[in-house]
Design a protein around this ligand. Structure first.
Ligand code: TRP
Length: 454
């Protein structure tokens, strides 16, 4: 598996789809979506998120897969190559750069949360008997406030990720996703049913699906946009790199639709599993990043077979997180091995360790940990990395990808990659040329306006 991105290929259509879904479905859906929906006030946020997934995310997803398959290199190499082919400025490679660097920043906090999940697998073995809202919250805060263990668990998470990326996409990744992703889906469905029977389900349905637009602020709209990109793995090179391993026979639009549907379904299922417990036990829906770790253990503590279900849930969540983390590390690995011609294994190891070191700062910024008092513009270190990538780099990256394929790559070449009927192609073309840039641009301009004038 040494060398440039173009030398690897998926072994079948099915494994590609699973890997792409594996990249998309992760902590973004199960950890981030519920707590951001909770903070964003519920229904209106969910609706805006879904609109962004399908009107902005899906067309950009198709664009990224097409660019990746056309370029067959790392995101930076691919952008340089296609810009050159189309007679455009080399400056477009900045999309690739922002992706490689952004992916690196994301993994340096993603792995911290991944580590929390690993720690909860261990906790789940002794069960959560007697957990109520207070005990559950204390247990979580105590864990993330410890100076040592969150760093250790982050390290374990990165080590697993490094191990899989070293083996290349076939050896490690395909096996992990073939059985475990469907298993996660099934377990989540089971949890939704459990929560529907035992939790405050009616309240949850109202909260998640009857939008109260007075709760929507510009910032929540930007959060929803960022989350749509985050949960679909867009604009940071992940999907472009996976596109580079695609063979010609794969129908990109169909794959992209399947990925978006699976991705938003998992997010909604996570919401439906978690909020009934939130409301039943009087937890705060806007409580933030601890939500999944404080709510589900209460349910596991009460159900029969809760130990097995709890262990299984955190194990499968860890798998989903690892299959996403792989796709965050892969763009940087493919770029460095392409540029330096260096050994893929070594590159993975060094980049992974660098991400770990940067990640310890995120780990220590949480709860009452040693760097939790360090605030930059009101946010802790992890919050800053999250805001920078989620709310700035991803939407802007997505906007430039849409502008690039919409206005700077020839229509004929895009048509060839996407292989759609003229009539459906026209819809996509309209979305990437006008809707995506305007929607993203409008959110940005309004926020800018608000910060300056308001
Ligand atoms: N989509 C993943 C999740 O929901 C995270 C992720 C993987 C990601 N690759 C990405 C996010 C690229 C942004 C960009 O957990």
């Amino acid at each position: 598996m040494a060398g440039a991105a173009g030398q690897q290929q998926w072994s079948s259509r099915w494994t590609f789809l699973l890997a792409a879904v594996g990249s998309a479905v992760g902590l973004g859906n199960i950890w981030k979506f519920p707590f951001e929906a909770g903070q964003g006030g519920g229904g209106a946020f969910v609706l805006v998120y879904l609109a962004f997934v399908f009107a902005v995310g899906l067309p950009v997803l198709m664009a990224e897969l097409s660019l990746g398959r056309r370029g067959k290199m790392s995101p930076i190499g691919t952008m340089e190559k296609i810009a050159k082919e189309e007679g455009r400025s080399k400056a477009w490679s900045i999309i690739g750069w922002s992706g490689v660097v952004g992916g690196f920043i994301v993994i340096s906090f993603y792995a911290v949360v991944g580590g929390w999940v690993l720690a909860y697998i261990v906790k789940a073995f002794s069960g959560f008997a007697g957990f109520d809202a207070a005990i559950s919250t204390d247990t979580f805060v105590a864990y993330i406030s410890d100076p040592v263990w969150p760093v250790v668990s982050q390290f374990a998470f990165i080590a697993i990720t490094i191990g899989i990326v070293m083996r290349g996409v076939k050896g490690g990744l395909e096996k992990a996703v073939t059985y475990l992703m469907p298993a996660l889906f099934a377990l989540l469905l089971g949890l939704v049913i459990y929560s529907a029977i035992n939790g405050a389900f009616a309240e949850t349905l109202t909260f998640l699906f009857s939008p109260d637009f007075s709760k929507l602020t510009l910032d929540t709209v930007l959060n929803a946009l960022g989350l749509a990109f985050f949960s679909l793995s867009l604009a940071l090179g992940s999907i472009m790199t996976y596109g580079a391993y695609l063979t010609k026979d794969i129908n990109i639009p169909r794959a992209a639709i399947a990925i978006s549907l699976a991705d938003s379904a998992v997010a909604l299922m996570a919401g439906l599993a978690i909020f009934p417990i939130v409301f039943k036990y009087g937890l705060d829906p806007a409580g933030g990043g601890g939500l999944v770790f404080t709510t589900l253990p209460i349910a596991f503590g009460q159900m029969t077979g809760g130990i097995i279900v709890g262990v299984l849930f955190f194990f499968l969540l860890a798998v989903a997180a690892v299959t996403s983390a792989i796709s965050l590390l892969e763009p940087a690995v493919s770029y460095v091995s392409e540029r330096l011609g260096a050994d893929r294994k070594k590159v993975t190891l060094y980049l992974g360790l660098a991400a770990f070191l940067l990640g310890t700062l995120s780990a220590w910024s949480q709860g009452g940990n040693i760097l939790s008092d360090v605030k930059i513009l009101g946010a802790d270190i992890m919050g800053v990395k999250d805001y920078l990538t989620n709310n700035i780099m991803m939407p802007l990256g997505g906007m430039f990808i849409a502008l690039f394929v919409g206005w700077f790559v020839s229509r004929k070449n895009m048509m060839e990659e996407l292989a759609m009927e003229e009539s459906t192609f026209r819809i996509w073309y309209f979305l990437v040329r006008f809707v995506c840039p305007t929607a993203i641009g409008a959110v940005f301009v309004s926020i800018l306006y608000n910060t300056i004038v308001g």
